[in-house]
Write a protein that binds this ligand. Structure first.
Ligand code: CNA
Length: 243
């Protein structure tokens, strides 16, 4: 085990209330691209002049539902993706005699697939969908039946949209409140695989007043000056080394 992995393991053993705050980088090793890495979705050429950031917005869904869902099914849905060692480690840690909360900006649901139970999904989940008119709920499998068109409700033909927070939409108050509470109470905060550039989620870490802050990212971030430990490594590869 590398020196920094050993320090991380000691910190995890030493602390009781642990919050893991993650982003898209936690799932890249499961084969799901992030947004802002060099090979991320925001850096991929599209045939249209619209940017991916514009496409995954509430106003674009309203104006161009077909183009929205073309992009959504092609680039944001990965039904065969499996949890990687980072997801698996966190799920196993929850089984120990500790309080572990996962706060994620991810929408892929992989923490739950790995077995984590205390997961706060700041930006919602592709696993859950609802009709815009009657609110009837649909699973991802049901949504995928309309993979080549606009998903429609079988009751009233309304558009069925994912329960994900699009650009231009507000986060759910209850998830924000629970996240702030967990971060305030934590004595170890591990931030991994996020560029910390999407507000208000990234601002939540300002509520942290605990002892140790660990930052894990493949690239450098400005928040590093506040961290006890900075690890520039792929998070799945790193967590695989921990016991
Ligand atoms: P981002 O802005 O794309 O940043 C990802 C960060 O992770 C970058 O700083 C990378 O350097 C870093 N990174 C990439 N791979 C790894 C790795 N294996 N180990 C460590 N670091 C890595 O993504 P954020 O999460 O910061 O931005 C929030 C957006 C991204 C949310 O709205 C998400 O819904 C959205 N998103 C989610 C998914 C998903 O659910 N898997 C995928 C793509 C985008």
């Amino acid at each position: 085990m590398g020196n920094k992995a050993l320090i991380l393991q000691n910190l995890i053993e030493h602390h009781q209330k642990i919050v893991f705050f993650g982003g898209a980088g936690v799932s890249t090793e499961s084969g799901i691209p992030d947004f802002r890495s060099a090979d991320g979705l925001f850096n991929q050429e599209l045939k249209t002049k619209v940017t991916p950031e514009e496409i995954v917005s509430h106003s674009f869904l309203k104006k161009h539902p077909q183009l929205f869902f073309d992009y959504y099914f092609k680039h944001l849905i990965y039904p065969s993706a499996k949890p990687n060692p980072a997801h698996a480690y966190l799920a196993a840690l929850e089984q120990q005699d500790k309080s572990v909360t996962v706060i994620t900006q991810n929408i892929d649901g992989l923490h739950q697939v790995a077995g984590s139970q205390k997961v706060l999904e700041l930006h919602g989940s592709v696993q859950h969908n609802h009709c815009e008119l009657c609110q009837k709920k649909y699973s991802l499998n049901e949504l995928m039946r309309d993979e080549n068109g606009i998903p429609r409700c079988d009751a009233d033909n309304g558009i069925v949209r994912p329960d994900v927070v699009l650009y231009g939409e507000a986060l759910e108050d209850v998830v924000i409140d629970q996240s702030i509470q967990a971060i305030k109470e934590a004595d170890l905060l591990i931030i991994a695989g996020t560029s910390l550039s999407v507000y208000p989620s990234s601002g939540l870490i300002d509520f942290y007043q605990g002892e140790d802050l660990v930052l894990i990212n493949k690239s450098s971030l400005s928040a590093e000056s506040q961290a006890t430990l900075v690890i520039h490594q792929a998070v799945g590869e790193l967590f695989q080394q921990l016991n």
